[in-house]
Design a protein around this ligand. Sequence first.
Ligand code: NAD
Ligand code: DAU
Length: 332
Amino acid sequence: MSNLLITGGAGFIGSNFVRYLVENTDHRMTVLDKLTYAGSRESLAGLPSDRVELVVGDIVDASTVDALVEQADAVVHFAAESHNDNSLNDPTPFLSTNIIGTFTLLEAARKTGTRFHHISTDEVYGDLELDDPERFTESTPYNPSSPYSSTKAGSDLLVRAWVRSFGVQATISNCSNNYGPLQHVEKFIPRQITNVIDGVAPRLYGRGQNVRDWIHVDDHSSAVLAVLERGRIGETYLIGADGERTNVEVVEAVLRLMGNDPDGYDLVADRPGHDLRYAIDSSKLRDELGWRPAFDDFEAGLESTIDWYRRNEPWWREQKRDAEAKYALTGQ
Ligand code: NAD
Ligand code: DAU
């Protein structure tokens, strides 16, 4: 494998993955990205032009997709509409990008026989009770809650069907909540960091008791590379780093690390249908592929993420204005 097509490579996880591959492999990458509100050229700034090329285009456009998949040795498919709150306000682009976009890529991979890795989320499994001793595994039944997670679940099912019916050479990974640099400020952790920079109190939905299973984005990248290189075709691998924390614990840590009173947050209206808890059992990935996370200290990872947002205000200032204007409409 040397020529990779990376869809959504100008977004948060995709751009971190491209950077990770530049540093840790010899692959050449073509990024196909529509540059929606969530993607930016700046996220790929400084990368060597002989290793990384950006093609601005839509994964729903079959002629663009067919031509690029034809030239690729493998596709890693990150592109998606990714934010739950947006999917509650307007599900339309979620159906188009997450379902039709994935279908378009699968059809291209079917014609060419190209290796395909599909990036998905733990949210396809619904949520867990706070005191449930079980965690999600590859055999947990699908039970998505939001328009976002239901379209991701639909895309996973398309991949499985294209493997079984047409022999597409695909794998799937379902990861928990990522944090790190280059994440859009609509998302929980960067929203609260940039609020504190702006002197605004962090906003917690409901009572802040919901639990997310945090993983550093570079650990997600190393896991995806492991599945791409050594995963069994047709298999699903869950990716997680044992990072369960309540939202209030995360906000308190952000406030403390930024030198503020850890109680200085506001409780705001809850998200409709808000999933209570996600938790990943990543034994299959660890046992079968030998993967281990490198980031075992969440607070240290958070501190370097805070530092990144402090040093990169030009990257986020404009998106912050737009994101907060949207949140103002729902009082969140
Ligand atoms: P993001 O919103 O930051 O980035 C998505 C990227 O896809 C953007 O660059 C955007 O411009 C691009 N895009 C959107 N629609 C497109 C289209 N029609 N054609 C081409 N490009 C398009 O998302 P992210 O947080 O980086 O998530 C990437 C992937 O990882 C998604 O598939 C998401 O479901 C999955 N995932 C995310 C997390 C998380 O914590 N963020 C966890 C598990 C899985
Ligand atoms: O689990 C993986 C998923 O993680 C990915 O599939 C999604 O693409 C990604 O966006 C993320 O989904 P969440 O809905 O968990 O992430 P979000 O950052 O939107 O919110 C994290 C938690 O914080 C969630 O319980 C809602 C809460 N929250 C969020 C925001 C933006 C707040 O309390 N306040 C906020 O201002």
